[in-house]
Every structure is written in structure tokens, then in C-alpha cells.
Design a protein around this ligand. Structure first.
Ligand code: AMP
Ligand code: ZN
Length: 142
């Protein structure tokens, strides 16, 4: 746990997030500055700065959650493609130093960007989180 880490605050419920899914080890929520519609983050609940610090158990849990959310994005957003990426260190473009994976829907011909400057429309982020969450819960019941 890290007191000033924004993602730890989200895990503790001290900062808001458009949550999609959570389990014992992971939490998925909408990126608040989405590069594309449906841009979602999957984080470890424990604080690890990056891939090098994260436990293998936590990384495997993130991979499992990423797959669940990827299927939900495929159904709800129906993108042409889905980019999954994860940045380690400022030189790689990392801006939040708490391990997380990006799931970014992509469209044919769209320019490639890793970050956005504009916050997402709050109503759309709510709508996406609800629809993606419902899809993941449905699949869990099957
Ligand atoms: P990275 O550059 O890989 O460290 O990505 C950090 C991501 O976290 C960026 O895409 C930000 O838009 C996103 N982000 C930062 N703060 C928040 C927040 N409070 N809620 C949701 N997403 C956030
Ligand atoms: Zn943290």
C-alpha cells in the first residue's frame, strides 16, 4: 500500500473510479483520459511500481482479468482490434507508478497514441463501466 498513490486510493475506495470488475487480486476500471472509447485499465490490488516489482501471482491474476475484460470489450465496443500494453519507467512513458495494464480498443486507420489530454465524458465512462461489468458478471455465471 502506498499512501499517495492514486491507484491505491482507488483500491481503498478513497478516490472515485468507473469500476468494471474486481476480484481478490485485481481491479479493472475505465481510464479517465481514454485514448479511445472503451480504454480500460487492469491493476493489481497490491502496490507494485512496475513489472519488475510485481509478484508472478499478481501478474497472472491481471492476465486473467484482462482476458475477461477483453471479451467484454469485444462484445460491448466491437472494435476492429484490441491493443494491450503496459509501460515500465518514465522513459517508457509510465505516468502512474502502480502496476497496470491498458486495454485499448483500436479502429482501422486510427493514429497510434498511448495517452490522451482530454478527460472522457463522465456519462459515457459510467455507461461503459456498467455494460462491461454486466458482461463480465454474465460470463462468470456461465
Ligand atoms: P501509464 O502512462 O501507463 O502509467 O498510464 C496511466 C494511465 O492512468 C493513463 O492512461 C491515465 O489517463 C490513467 N489515469 C490516471 N489517473 C487516473 C484515475 N484517477 N482514474 C482512471 N485513470 C487514471
Ligand atoms: Zn499504488
Amino acid at each position: 500500500m502506498s499512501h499517495n498513490c492514486i491507484f491505491c486510493k482507488i483500491v481503498r475506495g478513497e478516490a472515485p473510479a468507473n469500476k468494471v470488475y474486481e476480484d481478490d487480486h485485481t481491479l479493472a476500471f475505465m481510464d479517465i483520459f481514454p485514448v479511445t472509447d472503451g480504454h480500460t485499465l487492469v491493476i493489481t490490488k497490491d502496490h507494485f511500481a512496475n513489472l519488475f516489482e510485481a509478484s508472478t501471482e499478481a501478474l497472472l491474476a491481471v492476465a486473467a482479468t484482462a482476458k475477461r475484460v477483453a471479451h467484454a470489450l469485444e462484445t460491448v465496443v466491437k472494435p476492429d482490434g484490441l491493443m494491450v500494453f503496459q509501460l515500465n519507467g518514465a522513459a517508457a512513458g509510465q505516468t502512474v507508478f502502480h502496476y497496470h495494464m491498458h486495454l485499448m480498443p483500436r479502429a482501422h486507420g486510427e493514429p497510434l497514441a498511448l495517452h490522451a489530454r482530454q478527460p472522457g465524458d463522465p456519462a459515457r465512462l459510467d455507461e461503459l463501466a456498467a455494460a462491461l461489468g454486466a458482461h463480465v458478471r454474465d460470463k462468470n455465471r456461465e
